[in-house]
Ligand binder design. Sequence first.
Ligand code: PLP
Length: 399
Amino acid sequence: MIQLNKHYANLRESYLFAETAQRRDAYRRAHPDQKLLLLGVGDVTQPLCEKVTTALHMAVDKQAKKETFHGYMPECGADNFKEAITAYYAQRGVYLEKDEVFPSSGASDTLGDILDLFSADNTALIPEPTYPAYVDANIMAGHRIVHLPTTAETGFVPQPDESIQADIVYLCSPNNPTGAVYDRAILTKWVNYALSKQAVIIFDAAYEAFIEEDHVPHSIYEIEGACRCAVEICSLSKTAGFTGMRCGYTIVPKSLVFDGVSLNKMWVRNRTTKTNGVSYLLQEAGVAALSAEGQRQFKETLMIYKNNAKVIMKALDECRIRYCGGKNAPYIWMECPQGMDSWAFFDYLLNQVQIVGTPGEGFGSCGKHYFRLSSFGDPADTVLAGERLKVLFEASGRQ
Ligand code: PLP
């Protein structure tokens, strides 16, 4: 009889977005005339930039002609997209070789697939609050998980602890959900930790394009030694509005060698078996996004989200509510007022001011008294949300 992966039984019900959607829809049905302000999910709302859509149209036209038609693409990526990615990294002084760069169908696919390279006997260290996929993917792989809670005292930045023995370390900066960014000093500590434990860091850079301050690294490879211990997973989803397109890239350096075995070679083997490459259209779109003009255009779009973040931060500042993030990141992680727990606060915001956010507890138990607001919403709705938050908190402060 077929033996199933028994680890699936250890997964917790994935209820966070389902539950928030269910409460939102119930409210909508009960109050059809009320406008809801959606600051919950982390999906983009602005369209693709013109440079990308032009490239897509051109690529479609090429597929219509025998002379320019493309069939299967190379499993490990098209040369021109790999070149565009290496040039993008070179802008920050990170020099990669083309065969260290692997175009992907987005970060999520790789976050799951990369675990194929590691045996089930490993321990994953996951700072919390966390993007839930890290936990679920490691449960599915049968890994032991050590949860590392972070707190407001360290700005939700995880601190390495030499007494913890871990083999796979997850770092995400700018962070989802807290919006925290990790500076060079802390990343250096993590790289040293990984090197001393012979562990691998999975660095999730999905939000790197939101970094505004020069001193914040965009890539783990800006840190000395990282190319010997880290894989970097990145995506055009939030950078260039590709959530519905599905295109990203993974960096697996050739100097990443454990026990004499090259992770880069293993990943090539994995890709050539498990994928038939990323579609030609998407890689052309990726090249366009990372061109100088593409970057200029997507940065204009990111400014819309950054202005949204400023509106939310201003409202919270005026109400003296503590929060993390918003500056180099699209998320704002606010403390629920008056010690409320995050689900109670979700209902309170929905019922009082029709704002939909995300309860912090969905990102780990240390998020129980926190709430995630997203800057990916509609700009006019975000302004309205800022005004409603001020009215609400000023009124509740007077009580
Ligand atoms: N990593 C983080 C931290 C995310 O927040 C997300 C999406 O929200 C992803 C990865 C997945 O991105 P993609 O759309 O490329 O699968």
